[in-house]
Design a protein around this ligand. Structure first.
Ligand code: DC
Length: 233
């Protein structure tokens, strides 16, 4: 199967709800809660790209200078697993360390490389297990699960997203500068949206939801209602 091609017999595959959107749009919180409500599996594809960035840094490779083949080979083989909500890389719990702003920046650089994306495709598709999957990222609806039963594109203004990120970091006791966070978010949006391969964009057939003035509860209820409607249509 190649990137973007639909599985040969989607009728027998577990259903997927794809939730894409920019950094800090709330997609992680919404997707994980939708998954819990439905008893579905959950894929945080950003965590895979973040772990890939960490693996690249630890191997002393540089996303901007090392050859794409070497980077893709490394991330294709990285010993990564998810267990009880924790992210384990090379037997080390990296759940918290991959959440840093720096790791997010590096992940965005690594994620712009087409061979790296290809090397991570099978790993993401392996999450599609019964009874179903809720997957969040940038290209869940367009490339990884083009046959998703429901496709949602979550947005929020850059200012609201910077504020959310600021609160998240402060809650963890991490000092942050809101103006810097806003600038980082804008840069990341620009890079993730303008890359040639699997750019961040609303996929054909996706419903758009602006969460700027919505609570997580509202957004979760909205997705669940759409999914139920889809099921009964
Ligand atoms: O969702 P996140 O902020 O944790 O993702 C970190 C970076 O990984 C993001 O800047 C872009 C990249 N990414 C991607 O290119 N494709 C995905 N499906 C998920 C994340």
């Amino acid at each position: 199967m190649t990137a973007g091609s639909a599985p040969s017999n989607p009728a027998v595959l577990p259903p997927v709800i794809a939730i894409d959107g920019p950094s800090a749009s709330g997609k992680g919180a919404v997707a994980s809660r939708v998954a819990a409500a439905l008893g579905f599996h959950y894929l945080d594809s950003g965590a895979i790209y973040r772990a890939a960035a960490l693996a690249v840094a630890r191997a002393a490779l540089d996303p901007a200078r090392s050859g794409q083949e070497a980077l893709a080979d490394l991330v294709g083989r990285m010993p990564l697993s998810f267990s009880a909500g924790r992210v384990i890389l090379d037997a080390e719990d990296v759940t918290d360390s991959i959440r840093s702003e720096e790791c997010g920046r590096q992940a965005s650089l690594v994620a712009a490389l087409p061979l790296v994306r290809l090397a991570l495709l099978a790993r993401q598709r392996a999450f599609r297990q019964p009874p179903g999957l809720v997957a969040d990222g940038r290209d869940m609806a367009s490339v990884v699960f083009p046959d998703a039963r429901l496709k949602v594109f979550l947005t929020a203004s850059a200012e609201v997203r910077a504020e959310r990120r600021y609160k998240q970091l402060m809650d963890k006791g991490i000092h942050a500068n809101i103006a810097q966070l806003l600038q980082d978010i804008r840069h990341r949006d620009e890079r993730d949206s303008s890359r040639a391969t699997a750019p961040l964009q609303k996929a054909a057939g996706a419903y758009e939801l602006d969460t700027s003035s919505l609570t997580i509860d509202h957004a979760v209820a909205w997705v669940l209602e759409r999914y139920e409607r889809q099921q009964s249509s």
